[in-house]
Design a protein around this ligand. Sequence first.
Ligand code: 6GU
Length: 248
Amino acid sequence: MIMDILTLFPAMFDGPLSESILKRAQERELLTVRRHDIRAYAPDKHHTTDDTPYGGGGGMVMMAGPLVAAIEDVRGADTSAPVILLTPQGRVFTQRVAAELAAHDRLILVCGRYEGVDERVRQAVVTDEISIGDYVLTGGELAAMIIVDAVARLIPGVLGARWGAEEDSHAMGLLEYPHYTRPPVFRGMAVPDVLLSGDHGAIARWRRREAIRRTWQRRPDMLLAADLSEDERWFLAELAEGDARAHE
Ligand code: 6GU
């Protein structure tokens, strides 16, 4: 997978790309991240990339000229790769969107800055717009990093074989069950017996139920879309009934 990132601040990506799993994925050539400085496409001697908005008002707007030139140069003849503008106005990024993006062999991520981007950039070259949530960042760079991270770990081989992405919370439609490792007792708190039982069927059932319990407590909205068995639906009904009684 190739990810081309267009930004005014290429150095912002240094840290996240040079550690841990993203570093290893690049070393193993499962992932190629190329950063492109939009400023290099500004023709004037000051390399201007922003200007004041027509109609007045505060702030600056990223100019269409340098940005479209950068995108077209980076994209080249291959127009199949999505050109994704990172903006709070985009569709909201979720695990489902991450999986959708992971199916491409190339992504072009365009980091917006300042108060916005000239509307004609969208009209000319942008094919998708993504936001990472309902809050405002100073620019699209941190959002692009989050997309790189979430998509990279879905590329086959990036995570170890024993630690695939299939069972992730959100991919399953549930939050994760509680995890424990040594020691068996920490400050008087014991690991649940079932996890030490060696009974893999019982462990799997306990984990599913705890995932459902946690999702019910913290993100009940997610349960609408979760794929639950008949047995698990009964368990959920008991949880809901227990809460209803507690509120009587
Ligand atoms: Cl993609 N960009 C900016 N500037 N703010 C955001 C965002 C993106 N997603 C959420 N907030």
